[in-house]
Ligand binder design. Sequence first.
Ligand code: ADP
Length: 340
Amino acid sequence: MLAGCSETDRPLESPVKLEGNIFGTFYQVTMVDRLTQGQVNELEAGIKTELESVDQSMSTYRDDAELMAFNQAPLGEWQPLSDGLIDVLAISQSIAEASNGAFDITVGDLVNLWSFGPEARPEEVPSDQELNERLARVGHDAIDLDLQALEARRTRDVFVDLSAIAKGHATDRVAAYLDQQGIENYLVNLGGDLITQGYRDVDEQTAWRVGIEVPENGLQRAQHVLPLESISVATSGDYRHYFEAGGQRYSHTIDPRTGRPITHDLASVSVFHPSNAWADGWATALDVAGDEEGMAMAREHDLNVLMLVRDGDQWRSVASPAFARYFGDELVDSLGIEIA
Ligand code: ADP
């Protein structure tokens, strides 16, 4: 320590890493700005406050969450909601429309039925009758929003589940907090949803580098490493959260149109977007749609997307035109990525 310098004034070596757990997953914030111990203590407290406030608002695992109160509110009655929750509901409804219902936050009852929700049901294939009963209730048209009044209502008894987008929103919130605090170079990783700002090495102006995982459970290797500049990425895939029954794999991503877990050759889809909430929501939407329909949607909405598509026991990497524009033809060619 420098003479006459208190513990909190002590400049820290860069990078500074802050880590913890939230939403049943981990977070890691890496900052390369010059910071003192006192500043880092303050930043750590601020980051935790942001994360806890999203959990308190959007978790379906906490009875006291704002979302759970909304899920239990009388049908047809407008409910005043926080800015964050309204924002996430509005993005969710836009993605639901744009994806023809592949993304649908009212899928919660089906998620529960397939054992991936707070009901903690056994990991088994439900009966057709149970499935059809719950499927009949699903539909994003059962949620009305009033964005001026910051209110929402359910018009049918649907169970709203924001697990496919809340993590992305939380990542955005942490990034906005760091921006407000004047931090210029950081990487936020919230359970694999990432957002970058500035550089990994400020003197050399080197971009942050992010690995897109090989889509195999337990294999934490990168299939591709990509340089990211002030953008976020979210990945959905069928390779991490699933159960197996009768030799078949049942993913936690449900196709709201059939009520069943997705089954197709798309192993993972990564979406790059300035907002991680949009990236996260679209990643699930495209995952549901599958490689062909999903890539058609990516082209239609000019989304920056990379898909790993199963090909025997290997994968083909296929990306959208917006991906090629962002990363450049040279990198795309050198990584052997096909543009669809
Ligand atoms: P992860 O990043 O952990 O793979 P995702 O962002 O893909 O998670 O979200 C998966 C979660 O989203 C599921 O556990 C479920 O709660 C919810 N979900 C499943 N299917 C859909 C869907 N079609 N639309 C919206 N949310 C969904």
